[in-house]
Design a protein around this ligand. Structure first.
Ligand code: HEM
Ligand code: HEM
Length: 175
């Protein structure tokens, strides 16, 4: 075999598809709330919720895929970088699941069913509670979101570091 260096061992095709679609869904979900905040129409909040629920379902499928497919051996790197990478990958998974759940709970405790692209509706299966709606709103916007931004910035920063400083072609594992 010619390429035995671990950084050239790719992620499985399913893992690569899960990765990039998750990133796109995150971007689109954010874009929808950005449009909602900046345009004078109610259209985008519904789309924000629908894309957010889509990301939740996608992440659940992604976790199942992660458990049942083999990850490539870790690329060679110092131990602290390895730990940081594993911690932030785990955190990103957890955050992308916690975020839409918090959004969903905010809506349901606010007494609003959630419609997903007109395909199906998540009914209000809890007893509406303003205090809890407020609490989930705080988690959604003020706690989990800034942490997602921090880990995503760290993640993309790490990818750029591998690409342009270490030049070890790590990116090709996920392409
Ligand atoms: C991973 C998926 C999600 C991400 C990344 C996300 C992101 C955000 C962000 C950044 C905001 C705050 C925007 C601002 O500061 O004004 C926000 C607001 C909101 N999100 Fe999400 N969201 C997601 C999923 C959901 C879901 C699934 C629902 C409901 C079913 C939801 C409902 C809401 C609502 C109602 C607001 C407005 C809160 C307010 O105006 O006070 N989100 N979301
Ligand atoms: C421009 C954006 C992005 C780039 C260039 C990128 C790049 C990469 C690369 C190269 C890997 C493989 C690392 C390795 O082989 O050790 C990876 C893994 C991963 N990325 Fe990204 N990524 C991006 C966006 C995101 C976003 C937005 C998220 C989620 C918020 C994310 C979550 C993950 C996770 C969880 C893994 C670990 C793989 C797994 O266990 O399934 N990535 N990324």
């Amino acid at each position: 075999m010619k390429h035995t260096h671990s950084s050239l061992t790719k992620w499985s095709i399913s893992s690569r598809i899960f990765h990039w679609i998750s990133a796109i869904l995150l971007l689109v979900t954010w874009l929808m709330i950005f449009l909602y905040d900046n345009l004078d129409t109610k259209l985008y909040i519904g789309l924000h919720k629908a894309f957010g629920i889509s990301l939740l379902l996608w992440m659940i499928a992604r976790v199942i895929n992660r458990v049942f497919t083999e990850a490539p051996p870790a690329a060679a790197m110092p131990k602290w970088q390895m730990l940081l990478s594993q911690l932030s990958h785990f955190a990103l998974y957890a955050l992308l699941i916690a975020m839409p759940i918090a959004g969903l709970m905010m809506s349901l405790y606010g007494g609003r069913p959630v419609d997903v692209f007109g395909l199906f509706q998540i009914p209000v299966f809890v007893t509406p509670d303003r205090g809890l709606a407020r609490l989930y709103n705080d988690w959604h916007t003020d706690i989990i979101w800034p942490i997602i931004l921090t880990f995503t910035a760290l993640h993309i920063g790490a990818a750029l570091y591998h690409q342009f400083i270490k030049k070890d072609n790590l990116m090709s594992r996920m392409k």
